[in-house]
Design a protein around this ligand. Sequence first.
Ligand SMILES: Cc1cc2nc3c(=O)[nH]c(=O)nc-3n(C[C@H](O)[C@H](O)[C@H](O)COP(=O)(O)OP(=O)(O)OC[C@H]3O[C@@H](n4cnc5c(N)ncnc54)[C@H](O)[C@@H]3O)c2cc1C
Length: 189
Amino acid sequence: MNASTLTKSLEFLIDELPEIAPLDEYHRALVSHVHPMNWQNPEPPPRHNLVVIGAGTAGLGARGALVEKRLIGGDCLNVGCMPSKALLRAARAYADPRDAESYGVGVPAGVTVDFPAVMGRMRQLRAKITTHGSAKRFQSMGADVFLGEARFTGPEIIEVDGRTLRCKQAVIATGARAVAPPTFLLLGE
Ligand SMILES: Cc1cc2nc3c(=O)[nH]c(=O)nc-3n(C[C@H](O)[C@H](O)[C@H](O)COP(=O)(O)OP(=O)(O)OC[C@H]3O[C@@H](n4cnc5c(N)ncnc54)[C@H](O)[C@@H]3O)c2cc1C
């Protein structure tokens, strides 16, 4: 795949995965780890002992087949635990000099926040960490990694990206979505 094809494909991927915008060097690195564009799904064996649907925190580490439709690492690695801590650390870096006087420490006035730089640092750290949670790494640990949406078509049959996976057991580790209780909805947006 040459560079221009990759750029086009990544731009196309943004429609499905808006969380990879902007397409800077860090997001390109992230995608190359957790949703590689040139990934070849393996030829499935006649039957897997275990198929895990969803490569978030709950699904990672399984031996057998691992299926992920978006980004390996799920919420925790890509939008939750890890990125939020990078932002909290930046908030602390801002708050410490702001509050320093109360500790008897004088700091010259004029502490500012460069929010794009804060986000850039977060993307850089996240891209680095995803080398530990990459498709290649899980493959090297013995998992058959499939990128695509898994769908049951029978009690022991799962379709992914035109391939049929047969399994003795399956784990559905597809995450959760927040639901606002009806009473709260009355409060409006
Ligand atoms: C801002 C924020 C901060 C957080 N901080 C922390 C923290 O500090 N500590 C902590 O313990 N927790 C934290 N969490 C919670 C943590 O992110 C979640 O508990 C964790 O990600 C849940 O993992 P999971 O594997 O169950 O689900 P997910 O991470 O949602 O993974 C499920 C995966 O399944 C995939 N999937 C869904 N359907 C299919 C399908 N049909 N085929 C293939 N793949 C599919 C999805 O694409 C997804 O990647 C935080 C969450 C947020 C939002």
